[in-house]
Design a protein around this ligand. Structure first.
Ligand code: BGC
Length: 414
């Protein structure tokens, strides 16, 4: 072979070698296992496969992701991190500080993420100067879902204050209807609690209490009232609430076994997956009070060896923030796109309400991170708050005692 063709063959081999080895691969850890969630994550699996990717699914059941985060810690400690992991809020930065997250800035820069993501979301995806996570959506947490037929039957309108909620719940209870579908798992208790903190205290109080962990706010009369309302809500759930998964609570509302559920809009994903229509079969409204509690799902890539895995990470990051995925996934998931340039025309009325309220809250300074869904606090602090919320909900602890415990638990977690 002449030198030129030897060189050409060599160059061709070099050009093809990485490609041959770089068929994108990803083991993806997530906790999207309910009907609506599984339908949503399938959109990503299909897009990934459509671009030649090989997806290894690593679902860890358990709403809110507590079980997934435990599984993740075990995998990383064993030196065997998954390629891509559903991870969000300050936990992203916590893992970055451990030195185990990959830098996905090349994809973010090439795809112009800085131009299509609002700064508030982009900030959660950055670790110092680099991009270390890809945002999927914006879930709103402070929602009430209701069975329309049940409310109509009992002449009840969607409540706009907590007093109205209590009056509606008392009326339903007297009529033998379970007012509130709830699953007694710590993260679900925390989800309800934060909407009550926002509703009764207002946005500034929420920020002081659950973002700054300000001692005066945590021990205030307002916080006592919040626990009083939690005690009332405890009286509105059925006898079998302990340990129930959130999607089974949603099914109770769907099937007319309970009137309301207080849950983030992943619950809407369940209604939609079951063919239910907003405004006809079920109603959505923000929980009483001002403000908007956001919960942004995202994926972080862990440092892994192998061109195929790195190619998989880059492809996943590109697809996740891609406009088509952001539309189709979020129409299934119940959330709204993280990107600002995806038209919402094909989304339902609840999604449109979410987007309008998010913009208004952002302009008015009441767009707030959900503590219950890992957006506001580091793990240890969030866990300290949730332990007290759950201990109170599942006992006859007084509100005054809960407030004292809350202040102590937070102080000890610092
Ligand atoms: C996640 C949602 C998920 C929900 C229930 C939340 O923390 O952000 O994506 O659907 O938990 O599992």
């Amino acid at each position: 072979m002449r030198l030129k063709s030897v060189l050409a063959a060599g160059v061709a081999a070099l050009a093809f070698a990485p490609l041959a080895h770089a068929e994108p691969q990803a083991e993806v850890m997530h906790w999207w296992t309910s009907g609506g969630e599984a339908k949503s994550v399938a959109v990503l699996q299909q897009e990934f496969a459509g671009r030649g990717g090989k997806w290894t699914d690593m679902p860890v059941a358990g709403g809110g992701g507590d079980a997934a985060m435990t599984a993740l810690r075990a995998r990383v400690l064993a030196g065997n991190a998954p390629t891509a992991v559903q991870l969000k809020g300050p936990a992203i930065q916590e893992w970055f500080e451990e030195g185990v997250l990959a830098d996905i800035s090349a994809v973010a820069d090439a795809q112009g993420w800085a131009k299509v993501l609002p700064a508030s979301i982009a900030n959660h995806m950055k670790c110092g100067d680099i991009w270390c996570a890809a945002p999927v959506n914006v879930h709103r947490v402070d929602w009430i879902w209701a069975n329309k037929a049940l409310l109509d039957k009992h002449g009840i309108a969607m409540p706009t204050t907590w007093d109205e909620f209590n009056a509606a719940a008392d009326k339903l209870k007297a009529a033998g209807v379970t007012p509130l579908a709830h699953g007694g798992q710590a993260w679900q208790d925390a989800t309800v609690f934060e909407t009550v903190v926002l509703g009764l205290g207002g946005p500034a109080f929420y920020h002081k209490a659950l973002v700054e962990l300000d001692k005066d706010a945590l021990t205030s009369d307002t916080m006592v009232k919040v626990f009083d309302q939690m005690r009332k809500l405890r009286g509105y759930v059925d006898a079998n609430f302990s340990g129930r998964d959130w999607n089974l609570a949603t099914a109770m509302v769907m099937n007319g076994e309970a009137a309301f559920q207080i849950m983030g809009d992943w619950a809407k994903g369940e209604f939609l997956a079951a063919g239910k229509k907003p405004g006809e079969d079920f109603l959505c409204a923000s929980t009483p009070g001002d403000g908007y509690l956001y919960n942004v799902d995202s994926f972080a890539m862990f440092k892994v060896a192998g061109d195929d895995k790195v190619a998989g990470q880059n492809l996943l990051a590109e697809l996740i923030v891609g406009p088509n995925f952001q539309k189709v996934f979020n129409m299934n998931k119940g959330s709204i796109p993280a990107r600002t340039d995806v038209a919402l025309d094909d989304f339902d009325m609840c999604a449109k309400l979410s987007a309008a309220d998010m913009n208004a809250s952002s302009a008015g300074g009441s767009l707030l991170p959900s503590y219950a869904h890992g957006m506001a606090l580091r793990g240890a602090q969030a866990g300290a708050v949730t332990d007290v919320v759950t201990a109170h909900f599942n006992s006859d602890m007084s509100s005054a005692e809960a407030v004292r415990m809350l202040a102590d638990a937070v102080a000890n977690s610092m």
